[in-house]
Ligand binder design. Structure first.
Ligand SMILES: [Zn+2]
Length: 319
């Protein structure tokens, strides 16, 4: 890799990392932009295991997860960032969340027949599979803090289009996002997201504003020159890819943040959820005396026998 540009020398460009599961934050100094490159592979494989998603549903979720990881970098938070899309289509719920530590999970709820019929029709993923509905972004930092939520209607062809619409409707910073995925039978699923965001301008005069607008335009044009197979391939590492796009503009890479697929469900969490319902209702759920609760994210079964259920409600009453 050439390093003639002093700002992009080996001090700031880390060695190639290839593919993997990570968020690579960066800054383009000369253009006044912040950005993030996200790549996911084994985290998707782990999230898709035991789910039997049709390819198109897997693709939707792979892109939603890459988008979640890239959006989670926008705000500083200590907790959980959630992306949730709900619609009236055959995929009626798409959910993906990530903690500030990089623990990520996601799942799609779908009707198999409906998906098969929808796939057979021409058209783009979001209108065909999700239908009409909304996309919500939530930041939860615990019970003592204020919950942030932004909502936008499901618009456009892809999940990235919906996020793009969210940024143009709300008074957020100007943002450009590309999200791509590759789902092939027998191969590891992959998705990637590239996002650039304009930093708030410090100058008020027209000449500087014009220059900033021009810089933004340049960044978006360069960004759109990247091909899906470059974002999804092994040939270019994150640093090589960003260097190729923005080396003339002084790209600076921040420490890479690893992400991994981890479900946060536990028997204790399921217990407290069950205990929040009327005891009779829970007892009615029993089959052969056993209440089974399955985590939708990881398909883990939590089983509660008669004694366990009785115990739950004893605890609930503080006895
Ligand atoms: Zn789980």
């Amino acid at each position: 890799m050439p390093s003639s540009d002093h700002r992009s020398g080996d001090q700031q460009i880390s060695p190639g990392t290839g593919f993997g599961d990570f968020i690579q934050p960066f800054q383009i100094e000369d253009l006044g932009l912040m950005g993030r490159l996200v790549r996911l592979d084994s985290s998707l494989e782990s999230a898709f295991k035991r789910q039997n998603y049709p390819d198109e549903v897997a693709q939707l979720l792979a892109e939603a997860m890459a988008l979640t990881a890239s959006l989670s970098g926008i705000i500083k938070f200590d907790g959980i960032f959630t992306l949730q899309a709900q619609g009236d289509g055959p995929v009626n719920l798409l959910m993906s969340d990530i903690t500030s530590d990089g623990d990520m999970r996601g799942y799609a709820r779908f009707h198999e027949d409906g998906v098969a019929k929808a796939i057979a029709r021409p058209g783009s993923m979001v209108p065909k599979l999700l239908g009409k509905g909304h996309l919500a972004l939530t930041v939860d930092q615990g019970p003592e803090t204020e919950r942030y939520q932004g909502i936008v209607e499901l618009v456009g062809a892809s999940v990235a289009d919906c996020a793009q619409a969210y940024f143009s409707q709300s008074e957020q910073l100007e943002t450009a996002i590309i999200v791509v995925s590759e789902i092939n039978e027998g191969a590891q699923p992959r998705s990637a997201a590239l996002m650039v965001q304009r930093m708030p301008g410090e100058t008020e005069d027209t000449i500087s504003r014009d220059m900033e607008d021009e810089a933004w335009h340049r960044a978006v044009v360069l960004m759109s020159s990247i091909k899906a197979d470059e974002l999804l391939g092994d040939e270019l590492s994150a640093s090589q890819l960003l260097y190729r796009l923005y080396h003339e503009d002084g790209v600076r890479l921040y420490p890479l943040r690893e992400v991994r697929h981890t479900c946060r469900c536990s028997r204790q969490k399921v217990s407290s959820t069950l205990a929040s319902f009327p005891q009779a209702e829970i007892e009615e759920m029993a089959e052969d005396g056993v209440v089974t609760v399955t985590c939708e994210f990881c398909k883990t079964d939590y089983r509660f026998g008669k004694k366990d259920v009785a115990e739950l409600f004893k605890q609930n009453l503080g006895v």
